[in-house]
Design a protein around this ligand. Structure first.
Ligand SMILES: [Zn+2]
Length: 154
């Protein structure tokens, strides 16, 4: 994702919502968009504080839903009660499958173009147009089972 373009989009979104563009919000935004792995709100707080140590936990929790609403971030629920977030690549939302490693708490996103085909096929038979869809696979770690440890494990 192009960070300056995304930051402009975020600024405009905040303004449209009548919210102030603050250094704290921009630090949270920069921290979130720099991530290549899925992250939780608490991890984002650490990353954002590394940029601006005045960022508060409350601001992170208030800013996350705004970023999801602006479609710059995607929320991923893997059923553990804690939500994960990932920067949203433009237009990829319906063609990404998630594989969740239950052993190492790692979320992989796999490009799955067949999902677009599948969603269109099953919907059009019903006279419907798909808006979103999800595929999530829960899995166990082969490396951990075979060797007793896994580098992906925290
Ligand atoms: Zn593993």
């Amino acid at each position: 994702m192009n960070i300056p373009v995304a930051r402009d989009k975020f600024r405009r979104f905040l303004t449209q919502k009548g919210l102030r563009v603050t250094n704290q919000r921009l630090a949270i935004f920069d921290a979130a968009l720099a991530q290549t792995e899925h992250f939780t709100a608490e991890r984002l707080l650490d990353f954002a504080r590394a940029i601006d140590d005045s960022v508060s936990r409350a601001t992170v929790y208030r800013t996350l839903p705004i970023m999801v609403e602006s479609a710059l971030l995607r929320e991923v629920d893997i059923g553990t009660g804690e939500k994960y977030y990932h920067p949203n690549e433009e237009g990829s939302t319906t063609q990404v499958a998630q594989v969740v490693c239950l052993d190492c708490d790692k979320i992989f996103e796999i490009s799955a173009p067949f999902m677009g085909w599948y969603g269109n096929t099953v919907s059009s038979k019903l006279g419907l147009t798909p808006v979103s869809q999800r595929l999530q696979v829960s899995a166990r770690c082969d490396t951990l089972r075979l060797t007793g440890s896994c580098p992906r494990r925290n």
